[in-house]
Design a protein around this ligand. Structure first.
Ligand code: LIP
Length: 267
């Protein structure tokens, strides 16, 4: 790995420790699929356990930093320029259903910009890391985005809104436009891993609307450091907010970015 700051070491250690906890709990969730009550409460507890581990590790190492996480209140740090952005379990629905595709996502933000990132997939034992200016890696192997140029060869990923989410119609329109002209669209259920997979050249592009800062913070840096273009999908929406606050994102290899982006709806 090119550079590895002490902060990244702390993040990797926290992700590994929480990853062991999630992996143990995932084994239990697989057994609970046959119970009528389901695994809901157990998964919420697993999520909180993972968050507690990460929080203890990170806040112990850097007590002055702020904290923004999926499972707890935001904390403003004594150092207002730095904060952790953490999703202890991205892909919760997969985890709940015994689908081995979920991740821990940890980002360190400095002056509004993510400078270090870790995404750990405990089921497949893949650790994606990046530091600003230092490249992106998976298990110590350097990551590069794909080189594909043709839409007909490209595979994209997205998150299809569920329940009553108001972004369903636009996503369905986008799928109707994209699917006939590309090699496939995947909906694997973890935005963090979707971005890591763009970085790894497995997907040629990814887009999703109304996701949370902790779903995308680490993935944005990992994808960019692997050569991806990553931008706001609806820059005109809610002026004054940035991409992470608005939650609409598009990422792709630079060869296909414009063609891909032009097929997606705007604001
Ligand atoms: C998930 C995202 C995913 C999205 C899901 C959900 P969670 O995050 O990563 O991309 O489509 O709706 O928001 O809730 O599992 O941390």
């Amino acid at each position: 790995m090119a550079i590895q700051t002490p902060a990244l070491n702390v993040m990797v250690a926290a992700a590994r420790k929480a990853g062991r906890s999630l992996a143990r709990d995932f084994g239990e969730v697989e057994n609970l699929q046959v119970s009528v009550k389901g695994a809901g409460d157990f998964v919420s507890a697993a999520d909180l356990r993972a968050e507690k581990i990460i929080r203890e590790e990170l806040m112990h190492a850097r007590p002055a930093y702020g904290w923004l996480g999926e499972e707890s209140e935001e904390v403003k740090g004594k150092d207002p320029t730095r904060r952790w952005i953490v999703d202890p379990l991205d892909g919760t629905t997969n985890f709940l259903h015994g689908l081995p595709h979920f991740a821990i996502s940890i980002a360190l933000e400095h002056k509004g910009e993510v400078v270090s990132a870790v995404i750990l997939d405990p089921a497949k034992e893949e650790m994606f890391v990046a530091e600003k200016g230092g490249g992106a890696f998976v298990n110590d192997r350097r990551l590069r985005v794909s080189a594909r140029k043709e839409m007909s060869e490209a595979v994209f990923a997205t998150g299809v809104p569920f329940g009553s989410k108001r972004t369903l119609p636009i996503t369905l329109k986008e799928l109707a436009r994209l699917m006939p002209q590309c090699a496939g669209v995947r909906r694997f259920g973890s935005a963090a891993l979707d971005l890591a997979y763009v970085a790894a050249g497995r997907y040629d592009g990814f887009w999703e609307r109304e996701i949370q800062p902790w779903d995308m913070a680490a993935g944005i840096l990992i994808a960019k450091e692997a050569g991806a273009l990553v931008t706001d999908l609806s820059p005109g929406k809610a002026p004054g907010l940035d991409m992470m606050e608005r939650g609409d994102i598009v990422a792709a290899n630079p060869n296909i970015f414009e063609k891909f982006r032009s097929e997606l709806g705007g604001d």
